[in-house]
Structures are given as C-alpha cells and as structure tokens.
Ligand binder design. Structure first.
Ligand code: ADP
Ligand code: MG
Length: 234
C-alpha cells in the first residue's frame, strides 16, 4: 500500500532540494503525498532531533545516539509514515534508517547487526520502496553547505530562505572530520550494493533540473497503483 521514497546522501548533496521538487511535482498532479524528514517528522521526533544534533552535546554516548535516532524514527513511523502509506499515499522522506547505518555504522564503526536490529524495532520492518542516493565527495557537500550558510539571504531574516522551509543548519554530525564523512559515503555505496533493487544512485554534480528529471522518470512507473486525490474510492 502506498509508496515510500527516501533520499539519502552526504550533507549538501541536494537531498532536501530534490525531495521538495519531487513532492511539488506529485502534489501538482493531484497525488496524495507528504514530505517529511529524519531525524524529526513529528513534534516528539523534532524534540529528539534537537537533542541529538545539538553542537554542545559532545559527550553524547554512541549508544545514546543510536537509541535516540531510533526512538525518533519509531515515533515518526508510527504516527505519520505508516498511517499515510496505509491510506494509499506517497511518503517522501529526507533521510531515513539508512543514514543511521551509514553514519553510526560505517562512519563511527558501531556494530551493524545491532543497528539493523534497532532499525527493525523502530520501523516494525517498514522499508522504503525506493531510495535515491545523491553521491558527492564529502568535502564538496560540506563546502556547498558552508557557502549556503554564508549567503546574505541566509542571515537576513527579512529575505525568505532559498529552499523554504528548511534553514541552513550546521550540526554536531556535520562538524566531524573529513575521514569520517568519507567512511559514511563508502557506507552508503555499500548499502546500495547490498540492495540494488531498492537504491538508485545519482551523481549529485548534475544540475538541479537534470537530477529532478531523472528522479521523476524513476518514480513515474511506480505511480500506477496510486490514486490521485480526486479519484479516491467512494
Ligand atoms: N545539483 C546541485 N548542484 C549545485 N548545487 C546544488 C545542487 N542541489 C542543491 N544545491 C545547493 O547545495 C546546497 C545544499 O542543498 P540541499 O538540498 O540543502 O542538500 P542536503 O539536503 O543534501 O544537505 C544548497 O545551497 C543548494 O542550493
Ligand atoms: Mg537537507
């Protein structure tokens, strides 16, 4: 039931930009669709997000971190994602469980089996139908983010942000060293290699429009089972 699409990749690779483009195109065509993100997506999950990503929380134990991410995800799946899929809708999520495996597992060297068990508990076994991976060297992604944060419109509260509603955010996980971010990237590619049917790898150097078009062409064949809002069963 429904269609669950996630966007993964390093910071600055264009996930939020593309998730929004896909959301807007589907919504414009009358498809029932929601756009959400992790960590976050519900009021409870957003509160947990603030704890996990707070730059001041340097002492956070890795187990605490994995449990908090999983707690946020459990709430997100139960309260928002699963109910919407049950209704036959499309859920687009900016990052999901694969991010935890890539960052905590491959990046920080946490036990992957344990993280996968936690993920199964948090998601109740729910997996995305399709995952886009926007591939970009870590240094380039971080540079894009830094540049975006320096744009005058990012500082002037009177000018709306480039990609509303997400603000440019520099968080505790972004601040780790480059080696860490390169391990994360290799981790994403390994996850994609293990489940090739679910993943679609895209070169994040392509233009925003080109990426949006490739993403759209991948999604279109999956829309056959989704009823546009006006045509819902009576
Ligand atoms: N294909 C692209 N080429 C060049 N710059 C891009 C592209 N996609 C997004 N950007 C820019 O890179 C920055 C990060 O994009 P964003 O979508 O927020 O990435 P993410 O959500 O993966 O961190 C933004 O300033 C955005 O405008
Ligand atoms: Mg983003």
């Amino acid at each position: 039931m429904g269609l669950f699409i996630t966007f993964e990749g390093p910071e600055g690779s264009g996930k939020s930009t593309q998730a929004r483009r896909l959301y807007e195109r589907l919504a414009a065509q009358g498809y029932p669709v929601i756009l959400t993100r992790e960590p976050g997506g519900t009021p409870i999950s957003d509160m947990i997000r603030r704890i996990v990503l707070d730059l001041r929380h340097n002492e956070m134990d890795p187990t605490t971190e994995s449990l908090l991410f999983s707690a946020a995800r459990a709430q997100h799946v139960a309260e928002r994602i699963r109910p919407y899929l049950r209704l036959g809708g499309i859920v687009i999520c900016d990052r999901f469980a694969d991010s935890m495996l890539a960052y905590q597992g491959y990046g920080s060297g946490r036990d992957l089996d344990e993280l996968e068990t936690l993920t199964r508990i948090a998601t109740g076994g729910l997996k995305p139908d399709l995952t886009f991976y926007l591939d970009l060297p870590a240094a380039e992604g971080l540079e894009r983010k830094r540049r975006a944060a320096e744009r005058p419109e990012a500082r002037n509260p009177l000018v709306p942000p480039v990609a509303p509603p997400e603000r440019v955010e520099w968080n505790r996980l972004d601040a780790r060293d480059l080696d860490y971010h390169e391990r994360v990237r290799a981790g994403f590619l390994e996850l994609a290699r293990r489940e090739p049917a679910r993943w679609r790898i895209l070169d994040a150097h392509l233009s925003v429009d080109e990426l949006a078009e490739r993403i759209w062409q991948t999604v279109v064949p999956l829309l056959a089972g989704i009823k546009p809002v006006g045509e819902q069963a009576t």
